[in-house]
Design a protein around this ligand. Structure first.
Ligand code: HEM
Length: 401
């Protein structure tokens, strides 16, 4: 008996039954193709995020070629300093006063393109654009640049998910990163000379230990924010609508009581985690369920398997926005009791922004696409290993004029 191959076509098509097999029968195994130890039980994956025996230095190879050196690959003090700087810069922006109205305006504009049509491919026309638009708006970049920014972000995202090392994907990702850097260079100079009320200007002014960030560091941070905040929220939003349309009785409850949007979003993060795996590097021998991981080993933590661990959640394979074992009050904080935002020192810094943008978009979509259902009752297909989302989300609805 062998553990399922987590890079097979069969796995990509339907990973959840295999996650169950792995979690129950192979809680620790070595996966040759990725040269990594794989862990999948909630307590083990959570520990890999929280125990300093697991480093984020693995990300040097995965992220640095396209982003340059950023917080995702740092440990210890260097990580804390860089991370706090971005948190402060993000926090200094009055999200509510200035940016939430702009975010809503962006969403309405996208919606106006299809709300009277009666059908839409929601990924192409909404979710793949909206979260990137949010990051672009907050950074203070021009709206008309969105088409090529989106193109570069997709190529860079594909580079990060390119576990099979396809050379065309690698080349496109690297080229897009270069294009992105060349694009940002003059804008950064301009923001330094004439700072505006936006996050990029704030990063230009920010200091670590009295020293300003270099242009390369500012560029890396801006690209990281697009990468970390775009594809993730895009996939989460589409998956949430898919989950709700399948579970119509829960969709009806959310339509009637909009305070349930947050629950639907959180349960989607658990049930259909948009980031399915995270990697780490062991700094010492570590004892886990099923054996010992030697020092200096790559580790894949299967977030999506951990988030359906029956030791943690009852009826873990059921989508249930009313479940009692997922704590909604903590779901967007470092104390979250799901692992979709990671955990420990690298816990996602964009959770509250993601929550606000999902609430705004969901309210608008529910108001404007009444009676939504899948076209021809066709279930949308999921794809992806590392990041997982929907290829398409074709829905029909009663047009609003
Ligand atoms: C549903 C949406 C999102 C999901 C599922 C998600 C998921 C994650 C995960 C799993 C991590 C941990 C990475 C690790 O430990 O290596 C992370 C980190 C991060 N996220 Fe998010 N994220 C989301 C939205 C956002 C948004 C909107 C932003 C933009 C501000 C953002 C910015 C970041 C950054 C900068 C990090 C790195 C933190 C660090 O290394 O200390 N994320 N995210």
């Amino acid at each position: 008996m062998q553990a399922p191959n987590i890079l097979s076509a069969e796995f990509e098509k339907s990973p959840y039954p295999m996650y169950e097999d792995i979690r129950e029968n192979y809680p620790l195994f070595f996966h040759e193709a990725t040269n990594s130890y794989v862990i999948s039980r909630y307590e083990d994956v959570e520990r890999a995020f929280k125990d300093p025996a697991f480093s984020s230095r693995h990300a040097e190879a995965q992220f640095e070629p396209v982003y340059g050196r950023t917080m995702v690959q740092m440990d210890g003090r260097e990580h804390a300093t860089n991370r706090n700087l971005v948190i402060q810069a993000l926090g200094s922006y009055k999200l509510n006063e200035k940016f939430l109205p702009l975010i809503e305006e962006n969403a309405k504009e996208l919606l106006s393109q299809f709300r009277s049509r009666g059908e839409v491919e929601l990924v192409e026309e909404f979710t793949s654009i909206y979260p990137l638009n949010v990051i672009r708006t907050i950074l203070g970049l021009p709206k008309e640049d969105m088409p090529f920014l989106k193109e570069w972000c997709i190529a860079i995202g594909n580079f990060l998910s390119n576990l099979s090392q396809n050379s065309d994907v690698t080349a496109a990702g690297l080229q897009s990163s270069q294009n992105f850097q060349a694009y940002l260079a003059p804008i950064i100079q301009q923001k330094k000379q004439n700072p505006e009320d936006d996050l990029l200007s704030s990063l230009c002014m920010a200091e670590i230990d009295g020293i300003k960030l270099t242009d390369a560091e500012i560029t890396s941070l801006a690209m990281l924010l697009f990468g970390a905040g775009g594809e993730t929220t895009d996939k989460a939003l589409a998956l949430m609508f898919r989950n709700l349309i399948i579970h119509r009785e829960q969709l009806q409850k959310v339509i009637a009581d909009r305070s349930l949007i947050e629950k639907a979003f959180t349960e989607t993060l658990r049930y259909s985690s948009p980031i399915q795996w995270l990697m780490r590097l062991t700094l010492e021998d570590v004892q886990m369920t099923g054996g010992t991981i030697p020092a200096n080993s790559m580790v894949i933590g299967l977030i999506a398997a951990a988030n359906r661990d029956p030791r943690k959640y009852s009826d873990a394979d059921k989508f249930n926005i009313f479940r009692q074992d997922l704590d909604m009050n903590r779901a967007f904080s470092g104390a979250a009791n799901h692992l979709a935002f990671g955990g420990g020192k690298h816990f996602c810094i964009g959770t509250k922004l993601a929550r606000e943008e999902v609430i705004i978009a969901t309210n608008l979509l529910l108001d404007n696409l009444p009676g939504m259902q899948f076209i021809n009752d066709e279930l949308p297909e999921e794809y992806g290993f590392f990041a997982r989302g929907l290829k398409k989300l074709l829905i029909q609805f009663t047009p609003v004029f």
